[in-house]
Design a binder for this molecule. Structure first.
Ligand SMILES: Cc1cc2nc3c(=O)[nH]c(=O)nc-3n(C[C@H](O)[C@H](O)[C@H](O)COP(=O)(O)OP(=O)(O)OC[C@H]3O[C@@H](n4cnc5c(N)ncnc54)[C@H](O)[C@@H]3O)c2cc1C
Length: 392
């Protein structure tokens, strides 16, 4: 197995990782950034270039793209499956900057072709998918919905409705925070103008209907909208599995526990960005800079504002019907999972969470539906060739 060495190995290549890499490399550290994506940028800067990309290019950090980190071993070693085979990355310290993924909740028809993750459809559009003329409903929860809707409109799609499950009154502190921060206010005002008449609060999808592909979306309000695509996501969940393999403790809210220097509870392991809390790109960059050794003053209060404003309503626990798939990798329906009261039993008896996503989708949704703590991550974190495991 190929061996790579660095002073600082960064898992993930999003804004927090780029900021950390720049801060550390500019101070003379040998930095290696590893990401499954072909280019640096993470979720928000996918397919774009900006001044951070330029600074990253100049800072001298090494980039290992299209590389999936699937394991971690004691002594700061990460295992990655790169295009030219597996690599063992040995580093003086590790920064976990693995970001977050979308939370999907199962409802009748959510596995129909034409139903996408909201961020998933956005990523496809950023990668060149043509959505011109496509009739789309965007639904679920969180500020990502508005960003996705805006991107779809700019790309020529007909966004018919944006449905936010939270009530407007619950979102008041969010609007108040935005109004007090000029850069956020400007962005919100632009989105508000673009989405005027289409953004609805207190409404969520209860079913996706169609023969073989999506034809209509049924809403909790009783309305049915004819659409070719539904872009749906109920907020974000942190990608904490690698941090857990490295021995980092999680806080009570499920994010990686860090101190003011972004140190985790595992010696030599740092964490930054959405893996420590959902709060947007500015906080991710600030935490990255701190983890990379720079000083930055940082207000993280937006995280609490977001969590309260977009808290999921209890009615969403009644979305799945007996025949609704909860684990779509292993075709396990709600009626088969519902009787169990813990993950382990459900997994052993139904194979729920044992498919190729290894519970990353159904584990998070069952965390909400049943209150089950997510399953303990096990290596390999992602499917890899047997020969990679054998060569460890
Ligand atoms: C789907 C999605 C879309 C979003 N779109 C927007 C938007 O339009 N506007 C907006 O303001 N905010 C958006 N956000 C929020 C935004 O991503 C964050 O505010 C910010 O980018 C977080 O930066 P980060 O560095 O913490 O993580 P990310 O940007 O999420 O970067 C994490 C990186 O880690 C990599 N990674 C994770 N695990 C592994 C592994 N095991 N092996 C290799 N690589 C790995 C991922 O490929 C990713 O590139 C989005 C978030 C998501 C999840």
């Amino acid at each position: 197995m190929r061996e790579l060495r660095a002073d600082l190995a960064i898992a993930g290549g999003g804004p927090s990782a780029i900021a950390a890499a720049c801060a550390a490399a500019e101070r003379g550290e040998q930095v290696l950034v590893i990401d499954r994506q072909p280019a640096p940028g993470g979720q928000i800067w996918r397919g774009q270039t900006n001044e951070w990309h330029e600074r990253f290019r100049r800072c001298g950090a090494q980039w290992l793209g299209r590389a999936e980190i699937y394991d971690a071993a004691p002594g700061m070693t990460l295992m990655a499956q790169a295009p030219d085979g597996p690599a063992a990355i040995r580093a003086g310290r590790v920064l976990v900057a693995t970001g977050a993924r979308e939370l999907f909740l199962p409802f009748p028809g959510w596995t129909l072709p034409g139903v996408y993750g909201a961020g998933g459809l956005q990523a496809l559009v950023k990668s060149g998918l043509n959505v011109r003329g496509l009739r789309v409903v965007v639904a679920g929860s969180g500020p990502l919905l508005a960003a996705v809707a805006a991107q779809l409109i700019e790309s020529g799609a007909h966004v018919l409705r944006v449905c936010e499950q939270a009530e407007r009154t619950q979102m008041t502190p969010f609007f108040r925070y935005v109004a007090m921060h000029p850069e956020k206010w400007l962005q919100a005002a632009e989105l508000g103008l673009l989405l005027a008449g289409r953004y609805q609060t207190g409404v969520w999808p209860v079913a996706a209907r169609g023969a073989g592909k999506l034809e209509a979306v049924e809403l909790s309000s009783g309305e049915t909208i004819r659409a070719e695509a539904l872009a749906c996501g109920f907020g974000l969940v942190p990608n904490v599995e690698l941090a857990q393999l490295l021995g980092c403790d999680l806080a009570g809210d499920g994010f990686v526990k860090v101190d003011e220097k972004q140190r985790t509870t595992a010696p030599g392991v740092f964490a930054a960005g959405e893996v420590c809390g959902i709060g947007g790109v500015e906080i991710a960059i600030g935490e990255g800079l701190i983890a990379g050794g720079a000083s930055a003053s940082l207000d993280r209060s937006f995280r609490g504002v977001l969590a309260a404003a977009f808290r999921l309503r209890g009615e969403l626990r009644r979305l799945p019907q007996p025949s609704t798939y909860v684990c779509r990798c292993e075709d396990v329906t709600w009626s088969r999972i519902e009787p169990f009261d813990n993950w382990r039993e459900a997994k052993l008896q139904t194979r729920c969470g044992m498919g190729s996503c290894q519970g990353r989708v159904c584990g998070a949704s069952l965390g909400f539906l049943k209150g089950w703590p997510p399953p303990e991550p096990r290596s390999p974190l992602a499917p890899v060739p047997l020969e990679s495991l054998a060569s460890e």
